[in-house]
Design a protein around this ligand. Structure first.
Ligand SMILES: [Zn+2]
Ligand SMILES: [Zn+2]
Length: 343
């Protein structure tokens, strides 16, 4: 209960999914934070591939307001212990029980009671949202809201994967230079690896180079196996971080690895065709699945963000909430790298 009477001031703008790649900016009631919740004024909200595929592309209108990559300022703190009005925060998108073993380990995505901002609960594509204190994380003053948005998911997801698969001195390949792959390049350089970036678009390979890739391989033109052989002195690569989610790319990734190499699967592939005996068993490959991150990794991500100033170059477009339709159109067409709404 905010104490103010309901009136004009309690309305806010939000982006509604109308179905079939249509969005409209509507006015809805500003949420009233329950006890233990904060009203967060959204400063930046990232548009993710999953938003496009699971929300924007759907044929039917959706009730939920999207956006799971959220940074903002606490406008109102209703009985919080660790935060107060005016604090700069990230909103971790995972709303969980806080009691199970997965929550205790920071593996929020495995909580049986998991609900996610922007999918199950109204997310950041609106001017204000209500979030429980357990989802709030302090955003240090030296990091911008925009970079903060990346720490929640877009950087965190490849970071978690690269950390599992890559060690200092490794010679690795990263397949698929979309936003996740490009940020995986930044992470792998941070971990001290030599990185070959694989994609079929020259524009994306240029970006990969600018984010630190040592070699950029155009899979439409170059012989990927040759490059891997040369880079590794003949043995094959130590690890592949697969970000494309393409069945063919996963197969090629296996071929580029040395014996006992590590294949980290980050890209979501729903139609994988692979011969596990030939591709995995014969070379004793290790396959690691990686999905989002562990919430205890936030400090490491903050440190990485401080050391990698190029990270903010990942953000190529910013739109006020009124221009959400254009923002989603660009995201759908895979224009730019990271697109933000700045309500
Ligand atoms: Zn995301
Ligand atoms: Zn839990």
């Amino acid at each position: 209960m905010s104490g103010t009477a309901k009136g004009e001031n309690d309305k806010m703008k939000a982006v509604k999914y109308l179905g079939n790649k249509q969005v409209r900016v509507i006015e809805i009631e500003r949420p009233c934070p329950a006890v233990g919740h904060a009203l967060v004024r959204v400063v930046a909200s990232g548009i993710c591939r999953t938003d496009v595929e699971l929300l924007y592309d759907q044929p039917q209108p959706l009730e939920v307001i999207g956006g799971h990559e959220i940074a903002g300022v606490i406008e109102e703190a209703n009985g919080l212990n660790r935060f107060q009005a005016g604090d700069r925060v990230l909103v971790n998108c995972h709303v969980t029980c806080g009691k199970c073993k997965h929550c205790a380990n920071g593996d929020l995505i495995f909580c049986p009671q998991l609900r996610v901002f922007g999918f199950d609960v109204n997310g950041g594509n609106e001017e204000y949202l209500s979030a429980p204190e357990s989802c709030l994380r302090s955003l240090p003053d030296d990091l911008s809201f925009e970079v903060g948005v990346l720490l929640n998911d877009a950087l965190a997801t490849p970071y978690h994967a690269v950390k599992k698969a890559v060690r200092a001195g490794d010679r690795i390949g990263i397949i698929g230079m979309g936003p996740v792959g490009l940020m995986a390049v930044i992470c792998a350089k941070h971990f001290g690896a030599t990185v070959a970036a694989f994609d079929r678009l020259a524009r994306r390979l240029d970006q990969a180079r600018s984010f630190g890739a040592d070699v950029a391989v155009n899979t439409a033109e170059d012989d990927a196996k040759n490059v891997a052989r040369e880079l590794s002195g003949g043995d094959g690569l130590d690890a592949i971080v697969e970000c494309s989610g393409a069945s063919g790319a996963i197969n090629v990734g296996c071929d580029l690895l040395k014996v006992r190499g590590v294949l980290a699967l980050v890209g979501v592939c729903l139609d994988l065709r692979i011969n596990p005996t030939e591709k995995i068993l014969f070379k004793e490959l290790s396959v690691v699945g990686s999905r989002n991150c562990n919430s205890n990794e936030l400090e490491e991500l903050i440190e990485l963000a401080r050391k990698a100033p190029s990270l903010s170059d990942v953000i190529t477009h910013r739109f006020p909430i009124e221009e959400a339709a254009e923002a989603y159109r660009l995201a759908e067409q895979r224009k730019g790298i990271k697109i933000l709404l700045t309500p």
